[in-house]
Ligand binder design. Structure first.
Ligand code: TXA
Ligand code: MG
Length: 329
C-alpha cells in the first residue's frame, strides 16, 4: 500500500490537507497524526471495520481497548452514558490536554474500539492538527502510533519507520511536546482510580478528586484478576537494547552509571548513557532515545531514575516497564 504523507503546519493547519486526511478517515482508512503526547494511529471511532485495521497494523492484542479522541466536551455525551459531574469539571480544567478518562459507554461505540468492555476512554488532545482533524472527521479512535510493544512515536520519522506502506496516510507535524502518553483515569469506579500516569500529574488530579486512588491501587488484591486497564498486562515501551535503570540519589546515580558503562564497555558492548536532565526533558526525549538506541545498534541503554513527583511518576512508570534491570545506586 502506498502511504500518503501530508506535511501540515502545526501553528496553522492547512484546511485542504486536513480535509484530505479527514476524508480518508471518513472512508474507513487509517491516518497517523501528531498529538501533544505521542503520535496516534487513527480511524473513525464509529467504524468497527476500520478500527479493526488499527489492531492489524500495530499487531495489538484485540483485548486492549482504544482511546476515542474528541474535539469538544459535548462529544462525551454522544459516546458515554451516566456521565458523572466530575467528568465535566476535569474537561473544563484539563482539556484540551493529556488527560483521558474512562466512562460508561453507550451503544453507539463499536465493540472493536472498547474491546467489548462496557466502558469507553475519551480524551481531547491539544495539538492543533489533531483538533482540526477530529473537527473535520468526527471522533477518532487511536492508540499510540507504534508497533505493539515498541516505544511510542514522538516524531514523524518514528511513525514512518513503523508504518510506511502499512497505513493510508501519515501526517507530518512537529515533534510531540510532552513525549509521554496521556494520564488515564477511571471515573466508573468510586473513588476514581489512576490507570496510567501521564502528562497530567496525580497532584493536579488530587485537587479535583481528593480521594483518587493511585496506580498502585490496581495491584491491590481486590482489584487483581479484573482487567480494569487491559493495557497494563502487556509488555511495553521496550527497545531491543537492554534498558538498565539506575535509581537513587543524584550524585550516586551518576557515578553508578559511569561504573556500569565501563563494565559493559569492558564486555565489548555498545553502550548509550542517557544524561541526567530536567524531568520535562527526560519525558520529551525518552522514547526517542529508546528508538535511536535501536537504530544505532546499541546493546544497552543506561538511564537515570527521577523522583516520582509531577511528570516523574509517568517517567518512572515507563522506565520500570522498559527496564530489564533496575540497579540501586
Ligand atoms: O496520549 C495518549 O493517550 C495517546 C495519544 C495518541 O492520544 N494514546 C495512547 O493510546 O497512548 P494507547 O492505546 O497506546 O493507550 C491507551 C490506554 C491503554 O492502556 C488501554 O488499555 C487504556 O488506555 N484504555 C482504553 N480504553 C479503556 C477502557 N475502556 N478501560 C480501561 N482502560 C482503557
Ligand atoms: Mg500505546
Amino acid at each position: 500500500m502506498e502511504t500518503l504523507v501530508l506535511k501540515i503546519d502545526e501553528e496553522n493547519p492547512e484546511g485542504d490537507k486536513i480535509r484530505e486526511a479527514a476524508e480518508i478517515i471518513r472512508n474507513g482508512g487509517l491516518v497517523a497524526f501528531p498529538t501533544e503526547t505521542v503520535y496516534g494511529l487513527g480511524a473513525s471511532a464509529f467504524n468497527g471495520v476500520a478500527v479493526r485495521k488499527i489492531f492489524e497494523a500495530k499487531g495489538r492484542p484485540g483485548d486492549n481497548p482504544l482511546i476515542v479522541h474528541v474535539s469538544n466536551q459535548e462529544s462525551i455525551y454522544d459516546l458515554a452514558r451516566d456521565v458523572p459531574g466530575i467528568a465535566r469539571e476535569l474537561a473544563t480544567e484539563f482539556w484540551p490536554g493529556p488527560l483521558t478518562y474512562v466512562l460508561k459507554k453507550n451503544g453507539i461505540v463499536p465493540d472493536e474500539v472498547t474491546a467489548k468492555l462496557d466502558s469507553v476512554a475519551v480524551r481531547m488532545p491539544s495539538n492543533n492538527i489533531a483538533l482540526a482533524l477530529i473537527k473535520e472527521a468526527g471522533p477518532i479512535a487511536a492508540p499510540s502510533a507504534n508497533i505493539s510493544g515498541k516505544p511510542s512515536a514522538t516524531k514523524f520519522e518514528h511513525v514512518l519507520h513503523d508504518f510506511e506502506g502499512r497505513i493510508d496516510c501519515i501526517i507530518e507535524g512537529g515533534d510531540s511536546m510532552i513525549g509521554l502518553e496521556s494520564t488515564v483515569v477511571s471515573l466508573i469506579r468510586t473513588p476514581p482510580v489512576l490507570l496510567r500516569p501521564g502528562g497530567i500529574s496525580l497532584e493536579q488530579l488530587r485537587k479535583f478528586i481528593p480521594d483518587i486512588r493511585g496506580h498502585e491501587a490496581l495491584f491491590a488484591s481486590n482489584l487483581i484478576g479484573k482487567p480494569i486497564c487491559p493495557g497494563m498486562k502487556y509488555k511495553h515501551y521496550s527497545p531491543d537494547a537492554l534498558v538498565i535503570l539506575v535509581e537513587g540519589e543524584k550524585e550516586r546515580v551518576e557515578s553508578k552509571m559511569r561504573e556500569l558503562e565501563s563494565v559493559y564497555l569492558g564486555k565489548g558492548k555498545k553502550v548509550y548513557v542517557m544524561g541526567v536532565s530536567e524531568k520535562v526533558e527526560v519525558a520529551r526525549h525518552l522514547f526517542g532515545v529508546f528508538r535511536e538506541g535501536d537504530s544505532k545498534g546499541y546493546d544497552c541503554i543506561i538511564v537515570p531514575g527521577v523522583d516520582e513527583k509531577g511528570i516523574g511518576l509517568a517517567i518512572m512508570n515507563r522506565l520500570r516497564k522498559a527496564a530489564s534491570e533496575i540497579v540501586k545506586a
